[in-house]
Design a protein around this ligand. Structure first.
Ligand SMILES: *Cc1c(COP(=O)(O)O)cnc(C)c1O
Length: 409
């Protein structure tokens, strides 16, 4: 059976009533026949049937054995960090998700867990960064927002030889395109908020493990720390996942068309999309995933914050917002939004220049999306040629033309 068929039919029909949709068990506790004798559930932090259905579904989607659903992607990342001890070290991808960087640096550092950020696209760099204290290698592939590709198989070999865990934040690819556990990773993390949910209507996170023993450790932490996903959001996430393959296929096709269009526009400097043959990670991406996803980033010839501001506030179909992976197309400016908490120097070394813009290509018709981008870029190019976006004309260099508060979280 193909993945889509398997997915749709792995969601069980309710045995009690025949309901086709998974029931929402909106309850905090479960009646027991005698102390400790129950029907598999006793208290809803520990386990809830709606959440369990979601967890089984995601474990299956990722080719894993155990999944645990959390209240957010960051709560899921937090649970993985709690597998470590004070004194342990992490090697992490250098253009890591901003929220993970904040969690590592501003929460876990003070508990004695240190992180070495390296260019994981080169396995030799990861190998050289290993120390006897390295317990976890943390990668995202593609990364956010420059879509760098790390070779999951190569890094998993290094992790296995060193007897440390490899965790992959699989949010950008989604299991419809890439299944890191089948490529040798130990842990997969998701922000379910993005492609899994797919409709920009919930916040959720997941941890999936290949090894059942490691999975039980995560389940223990899920119950002990308590950042669980509630039954309604679990149901909503199942609802989103039912169309995952269909959506991701279209997101990827449209993103490819958008990337090809951007590549030939005179206002654009560089396009980042793993589906382009010119992308340095193209062949590795092709070898480890079934498609290249719905995110496209690009920088402008006029590499200033004000030019990027002009762009992100001028599109009509692409809405300015944090997040990605939903049916509506979104545009964001990482330097001022998702990557604001990353120091400017580290940001620029990771390729996140002042004008870098990230698009989450939605499910609108690709032709309409390209027309929106064309109109916005043409206007930007006209302003540039008239000197209307230069330094001193539209605000000082490096300062936003609009109050930062407009786009702050
Ligand atoms: C959004 C995101 C997260 C955090 O997830 P939340 O659900 O917002 O807590 C983690 N990793 C990546 C790659 C993300 O895009």
């Amino acid at each position: 059976m193909q993945a889509t068929t398997q997915l749709i039919h792995s969601i069980p029909v309710d045995p009690l009533t025949g309901a086709v949709s998974v029931p929402i068990y909106q309850t905090s506790t479960f009646v027991q026949d005698a102390p400790g004798v129950n029907k598999g559930y006793d208290y809803a932090r520990t386990g809830n049937p709606t959440r369990a259905t979601l967890e089984n579904l995601v474990a299956q989607l990722e080719g894993g054995s155990v999944a645990a659903a959390f209240a957010s992607g960051l709560a899921a990342i937090d649970a993985v960090l709690k597998l470590l001890q004070s004194g342990d070290e992490i090697i992490a991808v250098d253009d890591i998700y901003g929220g993970a960087f904040r969690l590592f640096e501003q929460v876990y550092k003070k508990f004695g867990i240190t992180v070495n950020y390296v260019d994981t696209t080169d396995p030799a760099v990861v190998f050289n960064a290993l120390t006897p204290k390295t317990k976890l290698i943390w990668i995202e592939t593609p990364t956010n927002p420059t879509l760098k590709i790390t070779d999951i198989r190569a890094i998993s070999k290094i992790a296995k030889a060193h007897q440390c865990w490899l965790a992959v934040d699989n949010t950008f690819a989604s299991p419809a395109l890439q299944q890191p556990l089948l490529l040798g990773a130990d842990i997969v993390v998701h922000s379910g908020t993005k492609y899994l949910g797919g409709h920009s209507d919930l916040i959720a996170g997941l941890v999936v493990t290949a090894d059942p023993g490691l999975g039980q450790k995560v389940k223990f932490l899920q119950n002990a720390s308590g950042a669980i996903l509630g039954p309604f959001d679990s149901w909503l996430l199942i609802r989103g996942i039912e169309t995952l393959h269909l959506r991701v296929r279209q997101h990827s096709a449209s993103a490819r068309a958008v990337a090809a269009f951007l590549e030939q526009h005179p206002a654009v400097n560089k396009v980042y999309y793993p589906g382009l043959a010119t992308h340095p990670g193209h062949s590795i991406a092709a070898s480890q995933s079934k498609g290249f996803g719905g995110i496209v980033s690009f920088s402008l010839k006029l590499d200033t914050i004000e030019a990027a501001n002009d762009f992100v506030t001028s599109t009509s179909l692409f809405k300015l917002a944090e997040s990605l992976g939903g049916i509506k197309s979104l545009v964001s400016h990482p330097a001022q939004m998702t990557h604001k908490t990353i120091p400017a120097e580290r940001r620029k070394t990771a390729g996140i220049t002042d004008s870098l813009i990230r698009l989450s290509v939605g499910l609108e018709d690709a032709e309409d999306l390209i027309e929106d981008l064309r109109a916005t870029l043409d206007k930007l190019e006209a302003k540039r040629s008239l000197g209307l976006l230069g330094p001193g004309l539209n605000g000082k260099v490096g300062e936003p033309t609009r109050p930062a508060a407009v786009i702050e979280k």
